[in-house]
Design a protein around this ligand. Structure first.
Ligand SMILES: *[C@@H]1O[C@H](CO)[C@@H](O)[C@H](O)[C@H]1NC(C)=O
Ligand SMILES: *[C@@H]1O[C@H](CO)[C@@H](O)[C@H](O)[C@H]1NC(C)=O
Ligand SMILES: *[C@@H]1O[C@H](CO)[C@@H](O)[C@H](O)[C@H]1NC(C)=O
Ligand SMILES: *[C@@H]1O[C@H](CO)[C@@H](O)[C@H](O)[C@H]1NC(C)=O
Ligand SMILES: *[C@@H]1O[C@H](CO)[C@@H](O)[C@H](O)[C@H]1NC(C)=O
Ligand SMILES: *[C@@H]1O[C@H](CO)[C@@H](O)[C@H](O)[C@H]1NC(C)=O
Ligand SMILES: *[C@@H]1O[C@H](CO)[C@@H](O)[C@H](O)[C@H]1NC(C)=O
Length: 534
């Protein structure tokens, strides 16, 4: 699927026209001018001076049109912008990231006030706490990126984002503000005043020790990223009055989430991420009222046990990631999610067996990932209790799978068994015909034998079939599906006539090998066209 989408995007984006030129500029600098027809049929004119070893902004007067959509000046050595640099140039998107700028003069960019929508100042030397007067009146600015700039220490030796730095700047259209990696350890409560349209705030990789109360003033904020900080508790009412839909708290030091932490977000919050913290159990009392939560990631914490009512109240949860926790669970643990959950990730949770009974209550489960565990032979689990379309069991210790495991499947399953210790395919041969649409056996010590020949030639699998390698008793390796393997097996066994004619699998990943390949070739071609014509 992704190859098709990318192909289409590439073909549309890369329709480069040639009206917009700057031969003089291209001759005297490493800059390039191009015009790109975007998918909405809007033409973007781009002056690309990125990584061009520039000490100053080149003479943009050499460009054939004053209307430039985008100027890329990132990755140069600019330490200042002069009065004439953008004179008579009306640019909508300006990328000045990765330079040595510490200041922009208001007068030098005044004329961009009513046109500039995107400004990227990442990795410069702006002292953000000293104010951003130079963007005063930028009333159509939509995105402002200030990552990796400086915040000075205040009298308390704290890198504080002070009150009112955006107030009275008239940034009424600003929707996205990014302040990653600015060393912030404190945010005063009025710091975000004057940003009435802000929807996305990124505070990742700072030194915050709590959710800053300043966010409570952002009444339109939808996404908040506070990963990579030093927060240890999520306190009651941290988001009250907000309409957040997505909250990312990965890689903090959180061990406690108070019962009313998410008060006010009951019907808004849809995605919540806590990867890489120290949470000791599913914080049920805080989560139970999040009735519209669809995605919960609580991987890499200290969760050891999932109690009966752990997920009670989370009636919309579709995807749950519990990876990297040494958890124990039973047939009651997931009962609350039986009508909603379709994807469950339990990678690296120290499982030693296939938990078919424990997961059986999850009636809607379609995708289950149990990779990187210690699951051994699968002898008496009944996978058909689950309604799976995709089962991922890579990097376990599976040597044998009993054919009974898959005996009553209602639809063909995709099975990924990479890097186990399976030596024969009898579980496919003896299962009901058409039980499998795809079995990936890469990294298993398969033997090239007559069972394998039967599975490859009888048509017992629908869809793509088998992938992996096998080894003959003489030690020769063959790729499954290769013609050399066919020749080798023909010498060993009588060739099986095709006896099964499975319906083409009609699931979501209904792609046969050949269309896969065609899509891939199309993608590569469009990529080449793209590069050649850019
Ligand atoms: C974009 O460029 C193409 C080709 O140069 C031209 O035909 C088309 O009219 C332009 N569209 C706009 C909106 O300027
Ligand atoms: C310094 O800390 C004191 C006490 O916590 C506080 O009252 C004062 O406002 C702080 N000063 C600054 C500049 O933040
Ligand atoms: C948070 O709210 C819960 C539920 O109202 C309450 O029991 C708890 O004491 C509160 N925590 C704090 C630290 O106030
Ligand atoms: C929450 O879910 C309910 C149905 O479960 C839906 O009617 C409501 O619009 C949702 N709220 C939001 C803010 O999406
Ligand atoms: C759940 O497991 C217990 C024992 O572990 C068993 O008695 C009970 O019947 C099981 N419930 C279901 C619905 O399978
Ligand atoms: C894998 O399984 C074999 C027995 O089948 C056992 O001897 C071995 O210890 C297991 N390895 C691991 C890493 O669990
Ligand atoms: C191949 O078929 C012949 C005749 O039907 C039979 O005698 C022989 O045993 C078969 N060989 C194998 C390896 O199945």
């Amino acid at each position: 699927m992704w190859t098709e989408i990318l192909t289409v995007l590439f073909l549309i984006v890369c329709f480069v026209t040639s009206d917009f030129q700057c031969p003089e500029l291209e001759k005297s600098t490493l800059c390039a001018c191009k015009e790109v027809v975007w998918w909405d049929n809007e033409n973007k004119t781009v002056v690309d001076c990125s990584s061009a070893s520039l000490n100053s902004v080149p003479n943009l007067g050499m460009v054939s049109s004053a209307e430039i959509t985008k100027i890329l000046l990132n990755g140069n050595k600019l330490s200042r912008v002069n009065l004439d640099d953008f004179k008579n140039i009306f640019v909508r998107e300006l990328d000045l990231s990765r330079n040595s700028l510490s200041q922009l003069e208001k007068e030098h960019i005044l004329h961009l006030r009513k046109v500039l929508t995107h400004l990227n100042l990442k990795s410069n030397r702006f002292e953000v706490d000293k104010g951003l007067k130079f963007i005063e009146g930028f009333s159509v600015l939509v995105e402002l990126i200030l990552d990796s700039n400086l915040i000075g220490y205040d009298s308390n030796d704290s890198a504080t984002l002070p009150d009112s730095i955006f107030k009275n700047l008239g940034l009424r259209s600003l929707r996205i503000l990014s302040l990653r990696s600015c060393g912030i350890n404190n945010i005063q409560s009025m710091a975000f005043e004057g940003l009435p349209s802000l929807e996305v705030l990124d505070l990742t990789y700072n030194y915050l020790e709590e959710i800053p109360s300043a966010i409570l003033r952002l009444s339109n904020l939808k996404s908040l990223f506070v990963g990579g900080n030093s927060i240890f508790t999520i306190k009651n009412n941290s988001f009250v009055g907000m309409i957040l839909e997505k909250l990312v708290l990965d890689y903090n030091e959180i061990y406690e989430i108070e019962a009313n932490a998410f008060s006010g977000l009951e019907s808004n919050l849809k995605k919540l991420e806590f990867h890489g913290n120290y949470i000791p159990n599913i914080p049920s009392s805080a989560l139970r009222r999040l009735k519209n939560l669809t995605f919960l990631k609580i991987s890499k914490n200290n969760i050891q046990k999932i109690d009966k009512d752990a997920f009670v109240g989370m009636q919309s949860l579709q995807m749950l990631e519990l990876d990297n926790n040494a958890i124990k669970f039973d047939n009651q643990s997931f009962v609350s999610l039986s009508d909603s959950l379709d994807t469950l990730l339990l990678r690296d949770t120290r499982l030693t067996y296939f938990p078919a009974n424990e997961l059986a209550p999850l009636r809607r489960l379609q995708t289950l990932d149990l990779s990187f565990n210690r699951i051994g032979p699968i002898m008496d689990a009944d996978v058909s209790k689950l309604n799976l379309r995709t089962l991922i069991l890579t990097n376990n210790n599976i040597s044998v799978i009993s054919p009974r495991t898959f005996k009553n499947l209602k639809q063909p399953i995709e099975l990924d068994l990479d890097n186990n210790v399976i030596s024969d395919v009898s579980f496919v041969m003896r299962a009901q015909p058409c039980s499998f649409s795809y079995v990936d056996l890469i990294g298993n010590p398969l033997t090239c034998d007559c069972d394998l020949e039967f599975v490859l030639n009888s048509g017992i699998m629908s869809g793509i079939g088998l992938t992996g390698h096998c080894e003959t008793i003489h030690g020769s390796q063959y790729e499954l599906g290769s013609s050399s393997l066919t020749r080798s097996l023909n010498r060993l066994c009588n060739q099986t006539e095709r006896i099964h004619w499975c319906q083409r699998y009609q699931g979501p990943s209904n792609v046969s090998m050949t269309t896969h390949q065609i899509h891939f070739i199309l993608f590569i071609l469009s990529f080449i066209i793209c590069v050649v014509f850019s």
